[in-house]
Design a binder for this molecule. Structure first.
Ligand SMILES: [Zn+2]
Length: 252
């Protein structure tokens, strides 16, 4: 009983469903952008293709821009490519007339467009792109400037092995130079790690918060290294060169 009911409902459904495709005897035109600008509301600039879709026996499509013939297509796909810059700026209507063996001429739908200048097109595109570029450049700028602000005016580097407090973000041990340093507020948080800059060697690396024992050990190692004279007071390249010259003079 239910099966019969289902079949009846199905038949009813099939009969009542409107055909989605357009009528066989109609001509429809569609436009797509090949290159250029399209506002989405009909303001266009650049190269576009119009396609005519019609009955099977469609033999020719003539495309119109207002009353003027844009061009024609004599075989499927009935397509025509055009460049907006070849025509006056402003509002236009694009339409087509198709020829069929059986019914003669059929008129298509009309597409309303407004041809805009290349400048205007790029300006409109720029209104979208430029803010993105500004935001991206701004973010890059901040990433460079913020560490400079935070590191500027800080007291001179601590002497090696000096006891220090590592502050709110905890201490970390630089994997490049092995010296312990306080993690910075500007360090980029990545899970348990921070992408942070070592104030001693100036290198950026991914560091985790080191334990008290690790930090103590690193301070110890630093002190030992200092006693062995591994840390030279920082010299400019010029001074270093000067020292090398003086050293070599005494060698003679
Ligand atoms: Zn370092």
């Amino acid at each position: 009983m239910t099966a019969i009911l289902n079949i009846l409902l199905l038949i009813l459904f099939l009969v009542s469903t409107p055909k989605e495709s357009f009528q066989d005897d109609q001509l429809q035109i569609r436009m797509k952008r090949n290159w250029g600008f399209s506002s989405g509301t009909g303001r266009i600039q650049g190269t576009f293709t119009i396609t005519g879709i019609g009955p099977e026996n469609l033999s020719q499509v003539v495309f119109y821009l207002d009353e003027q013939i844009l061009g024609e297509a004599n075989s499927p796909p009935f397509e025509l490519r055009f460049v907006t810059d070849d025509y006056p700026l402003g509002p236009h209507q694009i339409s087509a007339v198709g020829s069929t063996a059986a019914r003669g001429e059929i008129v298509s739908n009309t597409i309303q467009v407004e041809f805009v200048s290349a400048n205007e097109g790029w300006q409109a595109a720029g209104n979208i792109i430029i803010p993105i570029v500004v935001v991206v450049l701004g973010a890059i700028g901040l990433a460079v400037v913020v560490p400079l602000i935070f590191t500027r005016g800080k007291k001179k580097q601590l002497p090696p092995g000096a006891a220090r407090s590592y502050g709110h973000y905890g201490g970390a041990i630089c994997p490049k130079c092995s010296r312990p340093f306080s993690r910075h507020i500007y360090g980029l948080n990545l899970g348990l790690h921070k992408y942070d800059r070592c104030p001693y060697c100036g290198k950026w690396s991914l560091v985790r918060r080191a334990s008290k024992e690790e930090l103590d050990a690193a301070e110890e190692a630093e002190l030992t290294a200092a006693q062995e004279g591994k840390f030279q007071p920082q010299t400019s390249e010029e001074e270093a060169l000067q020292r090398d010259l003086e050293d070599s003079r005494f060698e003679d």
